[in-house]
Design a protein around this ligand. Sequence first.
Ligand code: AP5
Ligand code: ZN
Length: 215
Amino acid sequence: MRIILLGAPGAGKGTQAGFLTKRYNIPQISTGDMLRGAIKAGTELGKMAKAAMDAGQLVTDEIIIGLVKDRIKEDDCKNGFLLDGFPRTIAQADALKSAGVDIDAVIEIDVPDTEIVKRMSGRRAHLASGRTYHVVFNPPKVDGKDDVTGEELVQRDDDKEEVVLDRLKVYHEQTKPLIGYYKEQAEKIASLTYITVDGTADISEVEAAIVSKLG
Ligand code: AP5
Ligand code: ZN
């Protein structure tokens, strides 16, 4: 199963990816997590990505496309993968298509901007694994600690309100056109399913809606 998760920053892509990767036994490929890992490790990629990420802007298509193409060639992607945060521009989607990658499902998680801003301030993250929590909607078992490792949770640098607003603007301008792009492809390609779920419902309800629509 090859899945793309589409949705605004904070729509719940990472949260749902956690469930879907277990259910379908496929790896999660989160470009955001990969970039945060590179920043933490102080690599060249991390240095190039940091300024764009801190400003809520996109990292260049060239860098991201190279990163994803290399990642999906790895052994654990043979039976499929879940793309979380990629593609984010029409150029990235075209690159995937011209690389001959056949996608089975595009899942759009729909959440209005007003809800997003409320959510981001309460998000807490375990950066090493990409696991995310919310102080109200999805609290960790022990306050401020990751459920699995017990390590400290942090607030992401780009979750400040002014950066969230910039990320939403970038989403509307550059990523939202992918909704039309993939709906059109799903009409032409029989093996490609496009589904939309209401991302304002409870986390478990969003999960159930995805599973029931995916079949
Ligand atoms: P990335 O890490 O992908 O960030 P994003 O798309 O902005 O999405 P988020 O991770 O913020 O949100 P999410 O949808 O995963 O939501 P989550 O599940 O955490 O990218 C970061 C940056 O990297 C970009 O800005 C860009 O600079 C760069 N980048 C990455 N990919 C790129 C690409 N392809 N091209 C160019 N640049 C790229 O949930 C959010 C919060 O809400 C959590 O606290 C969660 O617990 C809570 N929550 C989730 N679901 C619900 C629910 N149903 N009800 C209530 N709360 C919920
Ligand atoms: Zn995420």
